[in-house]
Design a protein around this ligand. Structure first.
Ligand code: SAM
Length: 280
């Protein structure tokens, strides 16, 4: 028995056989299906034998307006399914504003789990999975993209991004320059006919992809392995606080010597920070 609620239904990211039995049951039972793109979703629904459903478009530009219609449907005992073009709704897809509002109003929201490109890629990447950061789509503008990639320098967990085929070459080129010698896994066309995993070092990726136009076709998940920078060069918040207190009373060089002796952090790693504190 499927209760009246909003169901967040994950759909395949390529291979139609990845739709779960529960997803099909909920979509069959739904009195209303809210979809990012109704025309696109009708093709998927037809393929799994769910036909003749009332549908509502729910995308980035009309999500807020859709809240009341969805709430009304549920309050009248209806079953609403939210789907996106592919994968798990809300994961770089519309739905957040609807879910946030329903949760706020105490209306039942229930997930129907299934594919998502981030987890699919991570699970077969061979990179550490005990801790990972998902950053969604990388920024498009050069300055923001450079900043986002430079921030990876000291990240000690696997970092996962979504990237468009139009920008993948530029992104990996910058990665090679800003964060060389890092493990990089490019996952292309997951669950589809041309599924590929490219295991590379960041500085090799541009030349590798540029050698064949087919290598940059389709959808991409980009995974960067953890930084292996020496722990000793990382300035912990406690060390920073100690440095901050000391530079008030002694020269920057002396402050670095003391903090280095106490924490084991190299004097070089501390020096720029001490100077900046001294000058601030
Ligand atoms: N909601 C989806 C999910 O749960 O993964 C993500 C939607 S987002 C708009 C689309 C992006 O996800 C693509 O640009 C690509 O980076 C990634 N993606 C989706 N399907 C993919 C696939 N089959 N192979 C590789 N990447 C995929």
């Amino acid at each position: 028995m499927i209760e009246s609620a909003l169901y967040i239904v994950a759909t395949p990211i390529g291979n139609l056989e990845d739709v779960s039995k529960r997803a099909i049951s909920v979509l069959e039972a739904a009195t209303l299906i809210a979809a990012e793109d109704t025309r696109h979703s009708k093709i998927f629904l037809n393929a799994i034998g769910v036909v003749g459903k009332r549908m509502l478009s729910c995308h980035d530009h009309n999500e807020e307006e859709r809240v009341e219609l969805i709430v009304k449907e549920i309050e009248q005992g209806g079953i609403v399914a939210l789907i996106s073009d592919a994968g798990t709704p809300l994961i770089c897809d519309p739905g957040f504003k609807v879910v946030r509002e329903l949760v706020k109003r105490g209306i039942k929201v229930s997930p129907i789990p299934g594919p998502s490109a981030v987890i699919t890629a991570l699970s077969a990447s061979g990179l550490p999975t005990d801790e990972f950061v998902f950053k969604g789509f990388l920024p498009v503008k050069d300055k923001e993209l450079t900043e986002a990639l430079a921030l990876l320098k000291n990240v000690k967990s696997t970092t996962v991004f979504y990237e468009s085929p139009k920008r993948i070459l530029k992104t990996v080129k910058l990665m090679g320059e800003l964060i060389p010698n890092r493990d990089l896994v490019l996952c292309r066309e997951l669950t589809k006919a041309f599924e590929s995993f490219y295991h590379l070092k960041t500085q090799e990726a541009f030349d590798f992809l540029a050698q064949d136009a087919n290598y940059t076709k389709g959808e991409f998940v980009v995974l960067v392995g953890p930084s292996e920078e020496q722990e000793a060069d990382e300035v912990s918040p406690k060390a920073y606080e100690a440095l901050e207190s000391l530079v008030e009373f002694v020269p920057a060089k002396v402050a670095c010597q003391v903090v280095s002796k106490l924490t084991g952090i190299s004097k070089n790693a501390l020096y720029d920070k001490a100077l900046a504190l001294k000058n601030s």
